[in-house]
Design a protein around this ligand. Structure first.
Ligand code: FAD
Length: 433
């Protein structure tokens, strides 16, 4: 017989957005189930261990909320499991560098403390519709199929399979269907920081060009993204990008992961042999799969545009501030760019309406499913922003259930007030500065 579970809120996907959503609705006193296909909380954060949280401190001030709380909790540990550092790359601001395992453990603990039922190794397969509502979601785990009946569904799956099957229109990539490159990351452990980072070019372009010319590196490795990890001697390598992969196709993701491993091993050998300071280092923390930046972006009440960002727009329903550059990675035959989008000392906000579908009454979404044009998307997708978007929809879900209204009819000033009470900064048009 099919198993059937119930929940007030069902969160699909345990990435940074799903973490924020489940925690916020759990803390609001609701019965929450978080289902995650993988074996770890974190999503892309778990697939690229050690990747810095960028843009959590636009203009140097924390966006607060769950992101601020998690950062403070990790930073207060002895020894500290997180540290704030200015990025060495152009146009990125202050980042949070953290111990990956401690962060993942702490996030899970926060979910447990909030009473969230976490189901790892569980995939949402299809929605069961009842008019303009999702009545239930069919899921499967190793014991077979089962159903979760929930009053509210929050899609934080990055790829939006359930929202798409429920009929929410979406775009995939840019106007030509090109999606950003996927990336396999790793760490080098035991490097001599003083030598490695004495380099005058943060992208190591001269060495990379020599490696490519000698056939030792793939031509897409023209810029090497190498950053100090949290622990002395560790270097995060966010360099191996694979173009033209559709992240909704498991076959393409599998092939890209193996190709990524090939290029990562090549790069690790190259660093040891040809870049001063890496002679005694070894590869560690190779990602279990490529990190996928972009697949579906869902249609919502509002679509964020590049003009909104360039105008440093602070929406009345803004739920998180951001000053990330346009961090566009090898879309089609494109290069890797990170051009500034707002002037120095300024920022924009992400409106809540970009997380609300037009028609379905009990669905919200957050994270990289956000409704944005391709240029704006390249900026809004940082992990702190995903966590905050999650916090906003988790709180909104609780309010919609308490008020017995469809998500489109939520009282937005009331939502902003609640988020402000949770310590989120620079929201609802208020100044972050
Ligand atoms: C290579 C790379 C480098 C990046 N660099 C940075 C950086 O330096 N700093 C920064 O802040 N941001 C960075 N980003 C952006 C950021 O990591 C992502 O935008 C963000 O993590 C997305 O979070 P999310 O929760 O929306 O989605 P994801 O992290 O993709 O999480 C979605 C989760 O849903 C699960 N899932 C999917 N479908 C289902 C289903 N049907 N049922 C159950 N579970 C499902 C997945 O397993 C996954 O765990 C980078 C992204 C990539 C890919």
């Amino acid at each position: 017989m099919n198993r059937e579970l119930t929940a007030d809120v069902l969160v699909i996907g345990g990435g940074t957005a799903g973490f924020g959503a489940a925690l916020a609705s759990g803390r609001a006193g609701l019965q929450v189930r978080l289902i995650e296909a993988g074996s770890k909380i974190g999503g892309v954060m778990a697939f690229c261990p050690g990747m810095p949280w960028g843009a959590g401190l636009p203009v140097g001030r924390s966006i607060g909320g769950i992101f601020g709380e998690l950062t403070a909790r990790l930073s207060a540990m002895e020894p500290p499991a997180a540290e704030l550092r200015p990025s060495v790359l152009e146009n990125f601001g202050i980042e949070v560098i953290y111990d990956h395992e401690t962060a993942v453990f702490t996030m899970f603990q926060m979910l447990e403390d909030a009473g969230v039922d976490v189901h790892l190794g569980t995939i949402a397969t299809s929605p069961v519709m009842d008019g303009a509502r999702i009545a239930a979601v069919e899921c499967t785990d190793r014991r077979g199929p089962f159903t979760i009946r929930a009053a509210m569904v929050i899609d934080c799956s990055g790829d939006g399979d359930i929202a798409a099957k429920a009929g929410v229109p979406y775009t995939l990539g840019d106007a030509q269907g090109n999606m950003m490159g996927v990336t396999l990351s790793f760490m080098m452990t035991g490097a001599d920081w003083a030598q490695v980072f004495a380099h005058d070019d943060p992208y190591f372009r001269r060495e990379a060009a020599e490696g490519i010319a000698a056939g030792r590196l793939h031509p897409d490795l023209a810029k090497l993204y190498l950053m100090r990890g949290l622990h002395p001697g560790s270097v995060f390598c966010n360099s191996v990008h694979i173009r033209g992969v559709d992240g909704t196709d498991p076959g393409q993701v599998s092939r890209a992961t193996q190709e990524g491993r090939r290029r990562c091993h090549q790069l690790a050998d190259f660093l040891r042999q040809s870049v001063p300071g890496f002679e005694q280092a070894r590869m560690s923390d190779l990602g279990p799969t490529v990190g996928v930046r972009e697949t579906r972006r869902l249609e919502a009440l509002y679509r964020i545009t590049a003009d909104d960002l360039a105008g440093a727009t602070k929406f009345a329903d803004g739920v998180v501030a951001c000053d990330n550059p346009i961090d566009d990675v090898m879309r089609g035959q494109g290069a890797m760019i990170h051009d500034a989008i707002v002037g120095p000392g300024d920022y924009y906000t992400i409106p809540f309406r970009a997380l609300v579908p037009r028609k379905l009454e009990n669905l919200l979404f957050a994270g990289r499913l956000v409704c944005a044009d391709p240029v704006a998307f390249a900026s809004v997708r940082g992990m702190p922003q995903c966590m905050a978007m999650g916090q906003a929809v988790g709180t909104a879900a609780a309010q919609a259930l308490a008020q017995a209204v469809p998500v489109q009819a939520l009282d937005l000033p009331g939502l902003i007030t609640a988020l402000g009470a949770q310590g989120m900064n620079g929201i609802g048009g208020a100044s972050l500065i």
